[in-house]
Structure formats: C-alpha cells, structure tokens
Ligand binder design. Structure first.
Ligand code: EPU
Length: 431
C-alpha cells in the first residue's frame, strides 16, 4: 500500500506533457479484438486500467508486443477463448467493451458485469438494449453477461435510439455493428472525443462509420477489418486536471500535447474564475496569479462541462471568492469526496445533485482517502493548494487513470512524493 504526501502552498511552474486518453485506450484496445492482423497502437497511457484490459486480451489469446513506452502491437488473429475471468472483468468499467467486440467478431461473449468507480448506479441496460436490437441474445446471471448471436450467424444492422447519450453504450453498439450485416443507425449517440477516436480507429482498420461526434452515427457493416496503425488522442481529463491544479495552486504551466478544442468547456470555466489560458498550437498556457472568483458549473455530456472534471473543479471553487453552485448532471452520487475536502476546511453543502461551495481564504493540509479516480485527483489538487502537509491514501484509484502523476507534478515544482504505508495485517503478524 502506498500514499501520497504533499507539502502544499507552492505555485507550479514549467510544462506538463499529456498522455494518451484513458477512456479512448480502454475502448480501442478491446476494438483490436475485431481485427484480422496486427494493430499498432501508439500513445497508449501507462495506467493500471490499461494493464487490466491488456491482461484480459491476453487471457483470450491475443499476442501483445510492447515497443517503446507507449506503442504496442496487438494481434488478435488467433483468439482461443471468449470468456473473461471473473476477477479481471469486474475490476474495471471498460470490460463491457469486450462484449460488443467479441459478439461482433465471434458471435458470443461471456464477460463479468463491469466494475469501476462507484458513482451511484451504473446500469448497462442501454448496452443490452442496443445489442439485442442487433439480434443478439443477452442474459445476465451469476455476475456475468452472456451474449450470443443465435444460430452462430452475424448480427444484423438496426435503428437504435439511446434514451440517454451513454458513452459506453454508444461505443459498444458501434463495436458490435462494425462487423454486422447491413446498416446500423445510433440516434442520440454520445459525442465525447473518445467516441470519435474509437470510430477513427475502426475506420482506419477498414470499418465504415460516419457521424461519430454528432447525435447520429451510421455504421455500415463490413466483412472484416485488417491490421493498421493508429495513435490515441491526448487525454482531455488528464489535461483538465493539471489545468485545475495550476488554478488552485497558482503559477504558470504549459500543458502540452493536447487538442485545445477538446478543452474548451474546461477552459471557459477556468477563465470565468480569473485563470488566464492562452492557446499556442497543441499547448495551453495556464496562468493564475490573482485571486479566484466564484462561478456555477453544471456537468453534462460533451461538449458540456465533463463530469470527470467535477471533483477537480470543486477543489478550485473551494478557494474562490464567493459562493459557487456545482450541479452534477450525469451521475447519481459523485460527491463522496466532499467529506474529505471538509477536513481541509472547505465549506461545501450537498443536497442531492447540487453542491453549494462557499469559498474559503485557504485550505489547511490534512489526511484524505481517495474514494474514486477523479475524486482522488481532486484531493491531490486540494493538497497542492492547501497550506501545510496533506496525505492521500488509497492511491490505487488514482493510478487507474493518471500516468506518472508524481513525476509530472514534481516536474512543475510540486512537493509531492509516494510513501509506502505499512500493511496493518502484516505489521500485526510480525508484532
Ligand atoms: N446509463 C444508463 N444505462 C446504461 C448506461 C448508462 O442508465 O446502460 C446512465 C448512467 O447511469 C449515467 C449516464 O447514463 O447516469 C451516463 O453514463 P455513460 O454510459 O455515459 O458512462 P460510462 O460509459 O459508464 C464513461 C466513462 C466515465 C465517464 C462517463 C460519462 C469510460 C470507461 N468511462 O462511463 O469515466 O464519467 O462515461 O462521461 O469511458 C472516469 O474516467 O473517471 C469515468 C468515470
């Protein structure tokens, strides 16, 4: 077990290079299952969620070779198994993409019901509705999703309306429909940048997908996909997290290797709060010297303000002048971090999906326990802004989605390090 120890109150200066997008990588790697031949995938982030997905592919028989830190050849030509081990699949949300990919290519899949961060109810009814519309028989029992195409045939294209613009359901249906017979139309599709990235990946391997990034995606099924090369987009949320860190701690940091267009929803809110953001090619220069001003934020599907930036922006609003209202528009329960923020002196009241944040003059360091990935990142931001020493435990949540967080933050002058926490059970056994 490890924890972060942060000596806060130091402004950040320098540059941070952004890694490949987690939520694109965890969909594109399973998508490689549908390809006959080798997919060379570049800009893969080194995070534990990616390791888990790669392990699952290997358990199915995929051949994976790593070239440099971020490039891999994934060859799924000789898949021998279609069942994901329970302990692997349940650890991570994105394991649900293996259903669409295996079903599309092989006509059956057995995948554990997905896990992931606890953000309130996380049903997969829309995934099942979509796959069923394509002709699959889907059954959930004993913690598994069993999906198959009857008679061992192919899925058939269909018109699918999503009641909610779900990221996961949009991608899963897109995966399954890629090798189906005929045309699939997804209406009220999600539009997040990683949806476009998955469609681009599939198209570069021979798929025929149009409209990704809009409300309506049209997928004309093809017979097979062939190998090729693809580079994953930069991580919008990782970039936003570091922008929020500079806003909270002060200083000037160039956030590099990003797509500024993807950052607009975040940039706009930070600027409203008095943070200066300047675009220069594939970088944003983020500067905060004066005081932060209050604002209201509501999370929404893209191009709205991302729910995956909600805890991080709450950390910044905690020290802004005035009272801000934060509304969670995607998940049922994404305020579990508030209790931890209060230990630092933050003044936040939560009522259902709304958090009212009364900005305080400063936060004071304290121990915090990460309860999920983005909440954990937000605790790091709060710790960087706070006076004195903070600790964040349960950091495995953070390592799921942030590559080299310590290296990147230390590189811009943060005083943050990882410390081993003695395992209480082992300590008791040796006492
Ligand atoms: N929903 C349903 N039924 C479904 C699917 C979703 O009711 O079948 C509801 C959810 O309960 C939620 C809303 O629809 O209220 C949106 O959920 P969505 O399906 O879009 O989320 P997801 O695919 O499970 C992905 C990201 C999350 C991110 C959300 C929203 C991945 C692996 N996860 O989850 O990322 O919060 O989209 O943008 O892509 C994170 O990275 O920290 C993270 C939690």
């Amino acid at each position: 077990m490890k924890k972060y120890v942060i000596h806060g109150g130091r402004p950040l200066y320098g540059r941070i290079e952004i890694s490949g997008a987690k939520n694109a990588a965890v969909a594109i790697i399973p998508a490689a299952l549908m390809v006959d031949g080798v997919c060379r995938i570049e800009n893969i982030p080194q995070i534990s969620d990616v390791d888990l997905i790669l392990n699952m592919l290997q358990s199915l028989g995929a051949n994976i070779r790593t070239f440099n830190r971020t490039t891999m050849d994934v060859d799924c030509t000789h898949i021998v198994n279609r069942q994901i081990p329970y302990e692997d699949g349940r650890k991570i949300r994105a394991s649900y993409y293996l259903i669409g990919a295996l079903l599309g290519r092989y006509g059956w899949a057995e995948v554990p019901l997905p896990g992931g961060c606890d953000l309130g109810g996380r049903p997969i009814d829309l995934h099942i509705k979509g796959l069923t519309a394509l002709g699959a028989e889907v059954d959930t029992r004993n913690g598994y999703v069993y999906a198959k195409v009857p008679d061992g045939g192919r899925l058939r294209g269909a018109q699918i309306y999503l009641d909610i613009a779900s990221v996961g359901a949009t991608i899963n249906i897109m995966l399954a429909a890629t090798l189906a017979e005929g045309l699939t139309v997804i209406e009220n599709a999600a539009k997040e940048p990683h949806i476009v990235d998955v469609a681009n990946f599939l198209n570069s391997m021979g798929a025929d997908i149009a409209g990704a990034g809009t409300d309506v995606i049209k997928i004309r099924g093809v017979e097979k996909l062939r190998g090729g090369e693809y580079s994953i987009i930069p991580d919008q949320i990782e970039a936003g997290t570091y922008m929020a860190a500079v806003a909270a701690a002060g200083g000037e940091v160039r956030v590099c290797g990003i797509i500024p267009k993807h950052m607009e929803c975040i940039t706009a809110k930070l600027m409203e709060m008095g943070v200066e953001v300047e675009e220069e090619g594939d970088s944003l220069i983020v500067r905060r010297s004066g005081s932060l001003q209050r604002t209201n934020v509501k999370t929404m599907p893209y191009p709205g303000f991302p729910t995956d930036m909600q805890p991080q922006i709450a950390a910044v609003l905690s020290i802004a002048q005035g009272t801000s209202v934060l509304t969670e528009g995607v998940w049922g329960n994404r305020y579990r971090y508030v209790e931890e923020f209060r230990r630092l002196g933050a003044k936040i009241q939560v009522e259902g999906k709304i958090a009212v944040i009364e900005g305080v003059d400063h936060l004071t360091g304290a121990p915090m326990e990460a309860c999920d990935l983005r909440a954990g990142a937000a605790m790091v931001i709060a710790g960087l802004a706070a006076r004195g020493t903070s600790e964040v435990t349960n950091i495995s949540h953070i390592e799921r989605g942030y590559e080299d967080l310590i290296g990147k933050l230390s590189g811009v002058g943060a005083d943050i390090r990882v410390v081993e926490v003695p395992d209480p059970e082992r300590a008791a056994a040796t006492a």
